[in-house]
Design a protein around this ligand. Sequence first.
Ligand code: G3P
Length: 218
Amino acid sequence: MKFFIDTANLNDIQEAYDLGILDGVTTNPSLMAKEGIKGEANIIAHYQAICNIVDDNVSAEVIATDFEGMVKEGEALAALSPKIVVKVPIIKEGIKAIKYFSDKGIRTNCTLVFSAGQAILAAKAGATYVSPFIGRLDDVSQDGTELIEQIVHIFDNYDFETQVLAASVRHTMHLIQCAEIGAHVATCPLKVITGLLKHPLTDSGLKTFLEDYKKSQA
Ligand code: G3P
C-alpha cells in the first residue's frame, strides 16, 4: 500500500519524506487555507515547494466546477511538474474533465467520493486515483472502510487500472484496515503515520535492553 501524507504543511511533508516511506502528498483547498496559503501565485509556489520535497504524486485540486475551467486550471497545474496529479471533484463536469485529462496522459485523483457508483464512473473516465473519504462516512454513521472494500472488489472484477486511494483517514486503525482490505493507497496526517510506531512494549523493551547493556559494560 502506498502512503501519501494529507497535508500542505511543508515541515510535516519533509518529516514523512525523511522516514523514507512516503509515496506522495494530497492537498485540498481547506488544507492549503490551514497553512495560510492565499492567492494564485502563492498557491502555485507552494505546490512547487511540495514537489521539491517529494519524489512523485502531488495532488493539486482544481477550484473551477465547469469543464473548461477545470481543464484550464488542471493543465496549468500539470505543467508545474510531472509530479502533479490533478485533483478533480466527482461531479458531472469533473467526469468529463477526468476523461479529457486521461486522454492527454495527465494523471488525476477523483475526490469527494462517497459511493461505489461514483467510483465506477471515475474509473470508467480513466481516473488514476479515486478517493473515498472514509472518516467523513464514519462521521455520519456509515462504515467508511466497507466502502473501500466494495470499491476494491469492483475494480478487481474488471481489472480497472484506477487505484483506490483511501482518504479522510483519521487514525491508525483506519490505516491498518485499509491495508487489510487491499486499498492501493492511503492518505493521512503525519500523526497517523507515526502513530503506527507506537507500542508500550516496544518502549519498555528498549528501555530494558539499554539498561542491561549499560550494566553489562560497567
Ligand atoms: O483526504 C481528504 C481529507 O483531507 C479530508 O479529511 O479529516 O477533513 O475528513 P477530513
